[in-house]
Design a binder for this molecule. Structure first.
Ligand SMILES: C[S@@+](CC[C@H](N)C(=O)[O-])C[C@H]1O[C@@H](n2cnc3c(N)ncnc32)[C@H](O)[C@@H]1O
Length: 201
């Protein structure tokens, strides 16, 4: 009869250690991979939420407060006037217009994400009575009661808006565009450094 093979117990504990280390490594690798997937998809989700509206006029880009103040000053926005922001983003222009210039604001926004964001900001600032946010395409929404219109869009969208402005706006309505000029229209006032252009119908 053969004698049973004796395996030293230290070998088992060595294998145990290797096994537990490789399980830990596997778990760490799985977690890293999961984080990597979230980062990649998160980036594309945020990118998509922000920029798909480019095809309708412009992607999301929020104008700085300093610029907004300059835009509304250049337009000489007065108390009680109706201010439209075409593509209102997070509603910042309208909120500042209502708070600092006592204007009534109307925002038009095509992105559900930005629509809800600006709605939330309006409610959060207790301005529901003064600022309205409409969900829709500004090319298809009436704007004839505007005294002042703000736009921060694109060269292409500004150009496409000209027939609408000519058809709907009353004489004297001020249009303030940040960053992009309105091709074919001559601005009444320009802040070259801030890239703000004010037009009067
Ligand atoms: C560059 S952002 C400007 C946001 C805001 N007006 C500001 O200056 O902070 C342009 C906004 O216009 C919206 N937008 C683009 N095309 C639109 C359209 N046809 N109708 C309504 N909103 C539109 C986008 O969703 C985006 O929120």
């Amino acid at each position: 009869m053969r004698a049973p093979i004796c395996v030293p117990s230290s070998i088992f504990s060595f294998l145990d250690v290797i096994y537990s280390i490789s399980m830990d490594l596997f778990l760490i690798a799985a977690i890293c991979f999961f984080i990597f997937l979230i980062a990649i998809f998160g980036f594309w989700i945020i990118f998509f939420l922000s920029y798909w509206t480019f095809f309708f006029g412009a992607g999301l880009n929020i104008a700085p407060k300093k610029i907004i103040r300059k835009m509304l000053k250049l337009a000489e926005l007065r108390k009680g006037e109706i201010l439209y922001d075409l593509g209102c983003g997070n509603g910042r222009i309208l909120i500042l217009g209502a708070k600092e210039f006592e204007a009534h604001g109307i925002g038009i926004e095509i992105s559900p994400f930005c629509y809800l964001w600006s709605k939330f900001n309006v409610i959060n600032n207790s301005l529901s009575g003064k600022v309205k946010i409409k969900f829709g395409n500004f090319f298809k929404t009436p704007i004839s009661d505007a005294d002042v219109i703000t736009i921060f869009l694109s060269n292409r969208a500004n150009k496409k808006l000209i027939p609408k402005f000519k058809k709907e706006l009353k004489s004297g309505t001020r249009i303030v565009s940040y960053y992009w000029q309105i091709p074919g229209m001559i601005p009444e006032k320009v802040d070259k450094k801030a890239k703000i252009y004010m037009y009067r119908m």
